[in-house]
Design a protein around this ligand. Structure first.
Ligand code: ADQ
Length: 460
């Protein structure tokens, strides 16, 4: 074991920092996002290390400290990025775990690099974790790390959290390496999911395909394994703070004025991913325009889509499809100086995002499947005036909690058109009644509660 070890070790695909250039100088900057801000306060209380890919091609930089946390960059070769990351992680597991919305691709030459990269991360974690320390592994890229690590370091407490859904047997059974993946996860003491359905699916599958206890508490190789839902949330006070900031509110008012006062603003904010149901919401909006239930004088759609996985074929096709649809709708209904859909294909700084949340009368969240969906919670956290309407797909983890949203089946275009219209016309009193309840739920369980709950379960 090296001279300096860590009591807490986090393993995730990306480090919590990005390499950026400021005034001609390259430096590390903390990544925005809930996970990093939720874990940072806990990690600062004990010697801690975060292991992840730095996003830099070629040799990994040496471990370095940034804002009180030790970062341990791991290198990925171009072949590993192609086979482990874009291949097995994002073209096999991602579609399989999201209802096979796109056909998952099974290649044996992707499985080997997946194992190899998992092994590299497990070995680093084994090397740097202090005696009886805690290792928390994140997400589908690293499902083999728990068992690999346990073999190397049986003294360590191991947690795993899956940020995406865990599929039912009908789908998971397709995976040629299903037993290995389940056994990989069973190396953990605590396996966390976004919803109880994920935990149930996992438990059932373990009983069927591994030597786990056939009934009662889940045990594997004589050891108890906790499989449980830990629904993730957001840094609520950060969003509330931004939403009550004068400059952000001014920006929201400017957005409204630019889009046309009196027009109801419908907003979509997503990573550009085929799981998010972006095309379907446009289809539903088009129906409303076509049947003249709404017009460009009274509504406008704003869609912000962050570029994502731009080298994977499915994502290139999706981008083209979304852009074609936006073009077609604007071509059909747009007027000079008045678009039906404003489409921004980029990430926005968080204050701008919050200004949009404040400006939006209707938030449209329509994934075909989503582990949680934080955008829905962010919108609610920002609506401190208890107004606005949230349309939310039944197939998101958030829908398990946000029952007062206008819930919709994203496969049903007619149903979605109806709910868009209902949201656009939702009376102020009804908006208030629903939003108050939604806000109570979101503010009552933050990402800090989520992290604490998980650590508590793990630290037993
Ligand atoms: P994602 O699939 O990325 O996360 P989501 O939960 O919605 O989905 O998180 C997206 C985050 O990116 C949000 O915080 C949002 O504000 C931000 N974002 C989106 N569009 C943006 C834009 N244009 N500009 C700037 N920021 C933008 C995965 C799972 C989810 C799960 C999370 C957390 O797929 O189901 O909720 O992890 O566990």
């Amino acid at each position: 074991m090296p001279a300096s070890t860590s009591d807490i070790v986090i393993v995730s695909n990306r480090l919590p920092v990005n390499r950026v250039e400021r005034n001609g100088k390259k430096q590390w900057e903390t990544s925005p996002g809930g996970l990093v801000s939720a874990l940072t306060p806990i990690l600062r209380t004990k010697p801690s290390t975060w292991i992840g890919w730095s996003g830099i091609h070629g040799r990994a930089p040496r471990p370095f400290e940034h804002e009180g946390i030790l970062n341990y960059p791991v290198s990925l070769s171009p072949e590993e990025i192609e086979n482990f990351y874009e291949g097995f992680s994002n073209s096999t597991l991602w579609p399989l775990y999201h209802d096979a919305i796109r056909p998952p691709i099974y290649h044996r030459h992707w499985w080997r690099p997946y194992k190899a990269v998992n092994k590299r991360f497990a070995e680093i974690a084994a090397k740097i974790t202090a005696k009886n320390g805690l290792v928390w592994v994140h997400d589908y890229h690293f499902q083999l790390v728990p068992s690999m690590l346990r073999k190397l370091r049986p003294d360590v407490r191991i947690g795993f959290f899956l940020h995406i859904p865990f599929p039912p047997q009908e789908l998971f059974a397709q995976l040629p390496w299903r037993r290995q993946v389940l056994e990989g996860l069973l190396g953990a003491d605590v396996v966390g999911f976004q919803t109880r359905y994920g935990a149930q699916n996992f438990t059932r599958l373990c009983r069927r395909y591994t030597t786990c206890s056939p009934s009662g508490r889940l045990t594997y190789e004589g050891r108890p394994v906790i499989a449980k839902a830990f629904p993730i949330s957001i840094d609520v006070s950060r969003f509330e703070g931004l939403a009550s900031d004068f400059d952000v509110q001014t920006r929201a008012a400017n957005f409204k004025a630019k889009l046309g006062l009196g027009r109801r603003i419908l907003l979509g904010v997503d990573r550009l991913d085929y799981t998010k149901g972006i095309e379907i919401r446009f289809k539903a909006y088009r129906e409303l325009l076509k049947t003249k239930k709404v017009s460009l004088d009274d509504t406008v759609f704003v869609q912000v889509a962050v570029p994502s996985r731009e080298r994977v074929d499915e994502y290139i096709e999706l981008k083209n499809e979304v852009e074609r649809t936006v073009g077609a709708i604007d071509g059909e209904f747009g007027e000079i100086g008045k678009s039906a859909i404003h489409y921004l294909h980029r990430g926005l700084p968080v204050d701008e995002l919050v200004a949009l949340y404040l400006a939006a009368d209707v938030m449209v969240v329509t994934p075909f499947r989503d582990g949680m969906n934080l955008v829905a919670k962010e919108y609610v956290a920002c609506r401190h005036r208890n107004d606005g309407a949230l349309i939310l797909s039944e197939f998101t983890g958030s829908a398990e909690e946000l029952k007062q949203a206008l819930l919709v089946n994203p496969h049903d275009v007619d149903g979605m058109s109806d709910i868009l219209l209902e949201a656009i016309q939702l009376p102020a009193e009804e908006q208030k009644r629903r939003m108050k309840k939604l806000r109570r739920i979101v503010t009552g369980h933050t990402v800090f509660d989520w992290a604490n709950d998980f650590f508590e379960a793990l630290d037993k």
